[in-house]
Design a protein around this ligand. Structure first.
Ligand code: HPA
Length: 247
């Protein structure tokens, strides 16, 4: 089954989502951000989880990523499209751009980031050379073409800890490192999905220029306006991609 993890601005799949089952938040790793919702979205069986909880209560550094991913796996999820609001660093990442990163760099710290903590006496490592699923990325790319939507189909996601935004110097360093977008929630989510052998892709919506890229301060009003507008485009893209994934 496919799951959609909703980021900032995407707290539900709207009125075309019909709830069939709801999984409790309790897991061996603590509580998920919200109940995992299982339902029909149009003709598709889909799971949905809002990363920041219903009504955006959980900040990026406090999300229980392990509980969220574990609960999705338990619910029978084998593929995830994760939606993330990000800041734009690269010149092709202006606000309101939709992007499908192909790589990531993790600058976050202090987050529970692995299921393999050695408790069972076994040391495990997973390959993460290509952090995102090629087949899910391909479905999203094809769906954008089908809808005539502009989607930037490569880029490197830099994950910072938040909740503050970055300094201009931090963003300049990230730019030199090769990051084209910056967000606070891409990791450890993608890594945990890999540990659980869940295919995972990130669909990013750029909601502001990252710090120091243009002369203005980052404003929440600008971010909210871009989120609202961007989510309108994102919904049909998610649906078209979900249809081709489940086909
Ligand atoms: N930095 C980090 N995370 C973000 C940003 C940003 O500029 N915009 C949206 N999420």
């Amino acid at each position: 089954m496919l799951a959609i993890i909703g980021g900032s601005g995407l707290y539900s799949l709207g009125q075309d989502f019909h709830l069939l089952d709801q999984k409790s938040r309790k897991t061996p790793y603590g509580e998920t951000s919200a109940d995992v919702l299982l339902g029909r979205w149009h003709e598709l069986g889909i799971a949905f989880l809002p990363r920041h909880g219903a009504g955006h209560r959980v900040p990026p550094h406090a999300v229980n990523y392990r509980a969220n991913l574990w609960a999705l796996k338990q619910a029978g999820v084998s593929r995830i499209i994760a939606v993330n609001a990000v800041g734009g660093i690269g010149t092709d990442m202006a606000p309101r751009t939709l992007a499908l990163p192909h790589q990531l760099i993790d600058y976050s710290s202090g987050r529970e980031h692995s299921f393999f903590d050695g408790d069972d006496g076994v040391v495990q490592h997973v390959d993460f050379s290509q952090p995102y699923s090629a087949s899910l990325r391909n479905c999203l790319q094809q769906a954008a073409v089908q809808l005539g939507l502009v989607l930037v189909t490569s880029g490197t996601y830099g994950c910072t800890n938040g909740p503050r935004f970055e300094t201009a110097a931090e963003i300049e360093r990230m730019r030199r490192d090769g990051c084209s977008i910056v967000g606070m929630t891409g990791m450890p989510e993608a890594g945990l999905a890999r540990e659980l052998e869940i295919e995972y892709a990130c669909l990013a919506l750029v909601v502001n220029w990252a710090a120091g890229i243009d002369d203005s301060e980052i404003s929440m009003e600008e971010i909210m306006a871009n989120l609202e507008q961007g989510i309108q485009q994102l919904n049909p893209l998610l649906l078209a991609a979900a249809r081709s994934i489940e086909a």
